[in-house]
Ligand binder design. Structure first.
Ligand code: G3P
Length: 217
């Protein structure tokens, strides 16, 4: 499973990228707001750090306007994936923008039918939002599993990008199901390293080491 980092925080992206943890980046208007940066400027900077796909989201609602915005965003760098919402107009924009050779990430997907349409429209990525489904007492992970099954049934090449990931369990479950990509905030990716038995074991080793009176360096 590829790891995308769901942020427009350049420092956090650079830190994870140095460890080889970043296969791509996803942003959205809320994350741009949080960064306090200009969308074109920060996206260009991110594309200079990360070689994988960097999603930049359109904000227009009509297909023609989305296409114009998508073309402008795609000019930022070769690794831009234009993000469009999963609406009828978004699907039209997806078809045109992928036809022009751009990567397109169809976002705000909450059902298997929406995911089917994204694949038919030639989306490079579809982004089902796990956490937001869990928020309304639905099962976000079940949606990932259902889309996986349907895409495999028919050989659709659209990649499943599990989004709205809020916990380390979301990451492991998405990987078990076979999501192609998971996009998560930096703090979730870093938290994957944590285990109480690791901390406990390390504590025991260090106490015993102190008793030996030895030094390695
Ligand atoms: O990738 C989409 C993501 O940014 C949404 O996450 O936590 O706002 O539902 P969240």
């Amino acid at each position: 499973m590829k790891f995308f980092v769901d942020t427009a925080d350049v420092e956090a992206i650079a830190e994870l990228n140095e460890l080889g943890m970043v296969d791509g980046v996803t942003t959205n208007p809320s994350l741009i707001l949080k960064s306090g940066r200009d969308i074109l400027e920060v996206t260009r900077e991110i594309c200079g750090i990360v070689s994988g796909p960097v999603s930049a989201e359109v904000v227009a609602l009509k297909a023609d306007d989305m296409i114009a915005e998508g073309r402008k965003l795609a000019k930022i760098a070769d690794n831009i994936a234009v993000k469009v919402p999963l609406t009828w107009d978004g699907l039209k924009a997806c078809k045109v923008l992928t036809g022009e050779g751009n990567m397109v990430n169809v976002t705000l997907c909450f059902s298997v039918n929406q995911a089917l349409l994204a694949a038919k429209a030639g989306a490079t990525f579809v982004s089902p939002f796990i956490g937001r489904l869990d928020d309304i007492n639905a099962d976000g992970m079940e949606l990932i599993a259902d889309i996986r099954r349907i895409y495999d049934n028919y050989g659709f090449e659209t990649r499943i990008l599990a989004a709205s990931i809020r916990s380390v369990n979301h990451m492991s479950q998405a990987a078990l199901i076979g999501a192609d990509v998971a996009t998560a905030p930096p703090k979730v990716i870093k938290a994957m390293a944590n285990h109480p038995l690791t901390d406990k074991g390390l504590d025991g080793f260090l106490k015993d080491w102190a008793k030996t009176g030895q030094k390695i360096l």
